[in-house]
Design a protein around this ligand. Structure first.
Ligand code: NAP
Length: 340
């Protein structure tokens, strides 16, 4: 089969190769999927560029890719939840990467039946952003109906899903984007959209119960300036929280560096009597199945920006790396048949 493999740390152009590799066989509790479509996430290029080496070092060559949708094509011993031919979607874990290939093997615990109301492309767009949203807004922030949330980058892959999901939870949703995307973000369901090139959201004052920090950098600390006392910042791009330091701070030097990185954010949380979470998304087939039901009931929908042919993965990476995608970026295996 063909797979996009990283052969070292660096740019997609220099370090991604389309190669022929043996068809993987599913082990105990695993499924093999014939991939119909896969979606890109910023973590793919962050891994490729070596930005996450401290948390997840790669050993090369490695097939990248977290999100896939497709058909169950082989069932390993002991796997009992799915059968051959089922239409499924999956978010791979950091240990089972490999969605950017014609086939991928994944534990069945990570897999769910695809929503019937969306295409193979739509299904591939959902897993990582949907799980990230659920694990941030529900599992950590414990969002309740009526609370007010600021979701940054509402036009991006993550923000465009998070806005819809937050609305379904019954939250009052504000979101940031550039002025060219304001209407688009409103269409995702945001009550109020703040154009970052026209207004500084910090001017809104301490009005939010929750900030979903998808931007990081100075925005993580700034979140505490718009948070009500006792509020919650859930971040997927800011400095590590205590749990992450305990998990990934493998020696005193790394732990000390991580503590220094997050010192100011922890101080701001203490001062505001606020909670701060920084987390990595976990694969979870049960949560994914609940998302599929929400898609089928019309509560949330995939937001796909561009679809690239499987053979154009380098162009797809370059587009996502521009930082201005308006939804998800997809690799479609079926636009053009790929030679075995
Ligand atoms: N658990 C995790 O660790 C986890 C999980 C998922 C995502 N993430 C991280 O979350 C971040 C967002 O992911 P994504 O998939 O949404 O990325 P994305 O699709 O590449 O986001 C692009 C969007 O960001 C918007 N944007 C850029 N600068 C902005 C600013 N200053 N204010 C508001 N919006 C801005 C852009 O809008 P304009 O074009 O209008 O500027 C664009 O639509 C990434 O850093 C990703 O690695 C982490």
């Amino acid at each position: 089969m063909l797979a996009w493999q990283a052969v070292g740390y660096g740019s997609p152009k220099d370090c991604l190769r389309l190669v022929s590799v043996p068809l993987p066989e599913p082990g105990t509790g695993e499924l093999r999927l014939r991939v119909g479509a896969a979606s890109l996430n910023p973590i793919d290029f962050k891994l490729l560029r070596g930005e996450l080496r401290r948390v997840q070092a790669l050993s090369f060559p490695v097939t990248l890719g977290f999100d896939a949708s497709g058909i169950v094509d082989a069932v390993g011993p002991g796997a009992s939840q799915f059968k051959l031919g089922d239409r499924v979607f999956v978010r791979a874990s950091r240990d089972t990467l490999g969605a950017f290939a014609q086939y991928t093997v994944q534990p069945e615990a990570f897999v769910a039946m695809s929503p019937v109301r969306t295409s193979v492309v739509g299904a591939a767009s959902l897993p990582l952003v949907a799980l990230t949203t659920v694990q941030g807004l529900v599992d950590r922030a414990q969002a309740r109906p009526g609370q007010r949330i600021l979701i940054h980058a509402g036009s991006g892959g993550l923000g465009s899903f998070a806005i819809q999901y937050a609305r379904w939870l019954g939250l009052q949703v504000d979101s940031t984007t550039s002025s060219r995307n304001v209407e688009r973000v409103r269409a995702h369901g945001a009550h109020d959209v703040i154009a970052y090139d026209r207004e500084d959201y910090a001017g809104r004052g301490r009005v939010y119960d929750i900030v979903f920090d998808t931007l990081g950098g100075g925005h993580t600390l700034k979140a505490f300036r718009v948070l009500k006392p006792g509020g919650c910042v859930v971040s997927v791009a800011g400095p590590p929280d205590r749990e992450m330091i305990a998990k990934f701070g493998r020696n005193l030097v790394v732990r000390t560096v991580m503590q220094l990185m997050s010192r100011r954010v922890h101080a701001a949380a203490r001062a505001g009597n606020a909670r701060y979470f920084r987390y990595l998304t976990e694969s979870n087939g049960a949560q994914l199945q609940a998302i599929a039901h929400l898609v089928d009931s019309g509560e949330v929908r995939p937001v796909v920006d561009r679809v690239f042919d499987f053979s154009d993965a380098v162009a797809a990476f370059d587009y996502l790396m521009s930082g201005h995608a308006q939804g998800k970026v997809i690799l479609d295996m079926e636009l053009r048949p790929v030679e075995e």
